[in-house]
Write a protein that binds this ligand. Structure first.
Ligand SMILES: Nc1ccn([C@@H]2O[C@H](COP(=O)(O)OP(=O)(O)OP(=O)(O)O)[C@@H](O)[C@H]2O)c(=O)n1
Ligand SMILES: C[C@](O)(CO)[C@H](O)COP(=O)(O)O
Length: 250
């Protein structure tokens, strides 16, 4: 098929595919949180499930992905555990000091991302990410050159509480998605949008919200429901189950 025919059919030309392959993909792992909602004796990313820490599982998925050239991990200034992880000495891995909020930690890591790279930002607290979902998000760059996020359509009826802890309203769930990670954007563009949004006092709880604030509409890529963010104690059992299932299916 000629380039013109590709364009007519909305397909990537070989030049598009070559260009994508020219831009490195750098994984950014915000891992500087303290896990207050977990209430454990250490930051939740260092709790063990299936034989190693949550962070170690997350790093393995990124370090061993063939299209990811570098993994930049943002750590808390008091972190005295990371260097004991086997993954800490991986040649692809770079450490950076995180910040007060997740967005600050992501920004700190973005300072080290190469000029024309893609930044694939993934929470340390999401250890059940699969290679197939990473592949799916990376492949979405053809359809969503502005960037995209893994997300999951809402399945439950959604309620908004009132001040009394009762149902205030039912939120229409049409076209309502849970934002997951990884979230994939051009590193320089993401850095600019994050800096601008934070400077404007915007609450930035994920990378996409900074891009949206700048007027960009990131793509939504349907991701697996087992890509959970380990946040509360009862998430640990789920993570263990999903990781065990992944190990036994290999
Ligand atoms: N200043 C921060 C805060 C959070 N994170 C990271 O962002 C991810 C998602 O944040 P969250 O699940 O909220 O983790 P914590 O902030 O540790 O949890 P909590 O809000 O319960 O304290 C986590 O991998 C966390 O380590 C970070 O790098 N820097
Ligand atoms: C980035 C994220 O995981 C997308 O759902 C989420 O916003 C992180 O929120 P947290 O409060 O920092 O865990």
């Amino acid at each position: 098929m000629t380039a013109l025919e590709c364009l007519d059919h909305g397909l990537p030309t070989s030049a598009d595919l070559v260009r994508q392959s020219e831009h490195a993909v750098v994984a950014i792992v915000p891992a500087a949180g303290i896990g207050s909602r977990m209430g454990a004796d250490r930051p939740k990313q260092y709790l063990e499930v299936c034989g190693q820490s949550i962070l170690a599982h997350t790093l393995d998925r990124l370090l061993f992905h063939s299209q990811i050239s570098q993994v930049i991990v943002a750590l808390h200034s008091d972190d005295n555990i990371f260097d004991s992880l086997p993954q800490a000495v991986h040649p692809k891995l770079t450490k950076v000091l995180g910040g007060g909020e997740r967005a600050d930690s992501v920004l700190a890591a973005l300072q080290l991302a190469p000029q024309n790279s893609w930044a694939l930002v993934h929470d340390a607290a999401r250890p059940c990410l699969t290679v197939s979902d990473i592949d799916k998000l990376l492949a979405s760059r053809v359809q969503f050159p502005q960037g995209a996020i893994l997300a999951m359509p809402v399945r439950d009826t959604m309620k908004r509480a009132n001040q009394q802890g009762e149902i205030g309203s039912t939120v229409c769930r049409d076209n309502l998605w849970h934002a997951l990670t990884p979230q994939l954007f051009k590193a320089q563009q993401l850095k600019g949008c994050l800096n601008a949004a934070i400077a404007a006092g915007v609450v930035v709880t994920d990378e996409a919200s900074a891009m949206e604030w700048a007027g960009i509409s990131p793509g939504l890529v349907s991701g697996r429901a087992d890509n959970i963010k380990v946040t509360h104690p009862d998430d640990l059992g789920l993570a263990e189950l999903f990781l065990m299932r992944a190990l036994t299916s290999q």
